[in-house]
Design a protein around this ligand. Sequence first.
Ligand code: FAD
Length: 351
Amino acid sequence: MQVEFLIIGQGISGTWLSYYLQKANKSFLVIDNNRENSASRIAAGIVSPVTGRRIVKTWMIDELLAFLIPAYTELGRELGVNAIEQKSLIDFHPTPQMKIAFNERVKENAEFLFQPEDRQLYYDIFSYDFGFGEVNPCYIVNLKEIIPAWRKILLDNAQLLEEDFEFDNLKNTNKEIHYKNIHAEKIIFCDGMSSAQNPLFKNLPFALNKGEAILIESANIPSSHIFKKGMMLTSIDNGLHWIGSNYLWDFTDDKPSEQFRKQTESLLNNWLKVPFKIVDHNAAIRPANIERRPFVGFHPIDKNMGILNGMGTKGCSLAPFFANQLTEHIVSAKGILPEADIKRFTKILIR
Ligand SMILES: Cc1cc2nc3c(=O)[nH]c(=O)nc-3n(C[C@H](O)[C@H](O)[C@H](O)COP(=O)(O)OP(=O)(O)OC[C@H]3O[C@@H](n4cnc5c(N)ncnc54)[C@H](O)[C@@H]3O)c2cc1C
């Protein structure tokens, strides 16, 4: 089989890259092992304009939102799914100090942050002592439907192989990539945490990070907002809600932990006034990195081998934007944003 591009991985990065290459009339084959606990399969899909304990504006959020809202809307229309939904985030202040910090940020006239009037609005559902602020607008990307729907199209078009990719079977003549019976002009790795072991890209400053999420059933939690008190709680389906997450840099496996389950159950017992039942618990490794900026572009020596990775905690907002940049780079040699271009690591990549 002869294609222009071999793409490894169909998480949110591989989904967007294959989508844009399709739009650009490029031929490709995706290899994805359909790993149940990949980051894209267990993420909540939240896009927030602010981030961190200091509630600062998310990197590049204006450009990202301007790009991703129409992009997901169009993708959803093509796939027949509701791909993106706008919601505001109700941030219950966990401590008086956090309340002061939030209100200080509102006084600084921070965009996206509000102090709603009705402090008792959620008293029937949640316990909270220090009031709440609002972050608006936030978005939920419907990963649960987008990824399988795009996968089905790729499978129907014989553009996806469901198997493990093994680097040892890859041969690169520098003119062409050979993998088993597949011949491609270029290969692009969108394989999340696996790239941290890839002989070509493992020197990039990956800082893999484990995160867990729990699914609960509760008929009484409104789906109108994302709620936060230490963790995020968001509705994903009729009466089904996602709660997470933790950020572990020091971990020995990618399995759900008893500790997280206990911690989350205790938080829910203290926070929710309505009944709930835990129905699932998942864990995945985030392809995070030290700089918190994506890894995009082609290897400085093996120029036909590329990467779209390093999405960290923000794959839903970064992946469409940078998959499009990488496609434009391929099609019309347009530059990749220097902060994301792996050119910045040329010295360590040529070692
Ligand atoms: C608990 C948790 C909550 C999160 N919440 C959010 C959120 O709310 N919003 C947000 O924007 N981000 C969130 N994230 C981060 C987000 O999940 C990641 O940024 C994003 O999913 C990374 O996507 P990716 O496609 O680059 O990698 P991945 O999702 O890891 O996808 C890689 C794909 O490659 C496949 N693959 C890997 N190796 C091989 C191989 N050797 N052969 C074949 N196939 C292979 C895998 O099966 C997978 O399908 C969360 C992450 C976690 C863990």
